[in-house]
Design a protein around this ligand. Sequence first.
Ligand code: GLA
Ligand code: ZN
Length: 699
Amino acid sequence: MGRRASLTIAVCLATMALLDGLTQAQSRQALSPGRAMYLGVDYYPEHWPRERWETDAKLMKEAGFNIVRLAEFAWIEMESREGQYEFGWLDDALKVLAQYNIDVILGTPTAVMPAWVAQKYPQALRTKADGTQVVWGGRKHNCYSNADYRRLSERITRAMAEHFAKTPNVIGWQIDNEFGGEECHCPSCLAEFQAWLRDKYGTLDTLNKAWGNRFWGLKFTDWPQITIPDDSTDRSWVMGNPSACLDWKRFITWQQARFQADQVKIIRAVCPEDFVTHNLMGLFTGLDYYAMAKDLDFVAWDNYPIWSDKPDIPYSASLAADLMRGLKQKNFMIMEQTAGPCGWEAFGRNPWPGEIRKIAYQQLAHGSDGQIWFRWRTCTVGREQYWHGLLGHDGKPLRRYQEAAQTAKEFRRLEEHLRGTTVVSEVAILYDYDNLWSLSFQPGFAGNSLQGAVRRYYDALFRAGVNADIVNRKADPSKYKLVLAPDLSILPDETAAKLDAYVKNGGVLLADCRTGVKDERNLCHDRTLPGLLSSVLGIRIEEYSSLGQDSWYKVNGGDRLAGTYTAIQYTDWVTPESAASLAGYADQWHLKPFAATTRNIYGRGKGWYVGAVIKEAAFYDDLIAQLLKDAGIRPIVTPPPGVEVSIREKPDKRLLFLINHNEEPRSVRVPKDRVELLTGQKTKESFELDRFGVAVIEL
Ligand code: GLA
Ligand code: ZN
């Protein structure tokens, strides 16, 4: 039932929101306040005959679904000629859905321009780096600075918002679809880049210094001389200046965030009660997601973890979820959830029985407050014919539908327990796009990437059964007991000062290879490494070395890290000053004076440093165990391999999620005499999880 159906309902919902401790203005900011959790599908009524719509809605209702996302590619269906709007078909579809109490998130359709736009405004088509334009015929064709495209996009957004403002079952909006960091090299984008730089730096002199343009004589003497840097790494002879490349990436985010904001403004003005979100892409690296998320009421994202025969569901989809939750430090929803085999040309493996449910639980466990499966029915036409939905081409409600329906019904049963809960972590991993991009232009040592470095620690935390928040480098670390700062190569002075204060006041910090090399301009600091973190970490690094693919060094751990490990890829030549060495190089005479891992007591806290990439996961398991000990963190459950642990909580409730990613049953030691909410049974000392099984235990 829709929010605007009648005054009575509006008042009633407002009361519920207030009961939830939310004002009405805040209620839009939260997911499902006083409403049912959103569960449903991405639906394309325009792909199917009208006679089928009612069957679809009925099957959705029977599955326990209450939401669909619609229309994000349907611009041509709504404006087949410039300025002539036709919403009748969508009104009809919305009515059918309303009869079955299904609410709707509308997508603004600007991810695919109609053919008439490309024909009449050819400059709206994006220009590639080689100077040629994108050929119309797929999607995401557009340039983000083209005035006509911006105007037409705002107009269709306004027309939709005005038309659907009074439709009771429209409750929220998705702006565009998967902003993808597309880079346009047209004259208008170049001019905007120049203007953006002018705004940022004020004078050419400042810009030249910030980019280090004395090098190779790349100094600009006039703003129009500025070119788009070549950030590709495959043609070394034209590789652009890394400082320019970093600003270009930031500019691309600014441009796409502006495009998003143009539409957000309209929807907020015309439909002030509706929520606004966007479907982000988890670990995607082309845009600064912290900036993109700012304008949204909450983050939504698209989750497709099954591709290969051995899909990396456990770590990568949970990391993505934690990253998405960290963007606004609040719960999120899944706008597209895996429903079947995926692929545009060849498709990957089918989710096996139990996997659709398990993947959905994983997101729930990490803070998802709504899930929409992509897509309802597998399309018989177009590029996504093999991207499978819950229903096959034949439209029958078979295994995948049944499993999603079962999952939705279970989620409903858990709903009251879940309301208002989120993941509360004692551990944070710092993340930021400046570092990510800077390392993508210049990894320093081969194979280095921010996400790769994050995974070394994240995976070990996962294995230890400990939740982590992935948070912006700029966030306040003080609420965490343990902060991991992998690959913190760009270390601005204020970040260093914040981390210094954090450790001084009792925090435990871990930093690693290449910490403190650069500043925010992507210029190298002129300080001995690890720069402003030297006192915190109690070490000095004057030299370092890459290791070729065929080289590795033996590392011997002492008491706290007992064992023999292997350094690969890179070594810092770490000289401990006030720090204690916890591991050293055993068989390399030239590295004998140096440490591979150190621990320093600084103020009331501890600063740890790992100066090598270590091959063995066991090393990171031991390291994390030590760090948790230092930080006074005790996992509630120590899971067997392949079993995921996550906790959602609020002040008077704690829910322990256990997810078995193994194809065989597993038994897990759990706190006893608690209720497992799916079975209603009291726990004994150990809990048996089926293959791909799930448990939700109220602690
Ligand atoms: C993305 C998009 C969808 C669809 C799916 C499947 O996540 O947002 O429109 O294309 O992938 O390809
Ligand atoms: Zn352009």
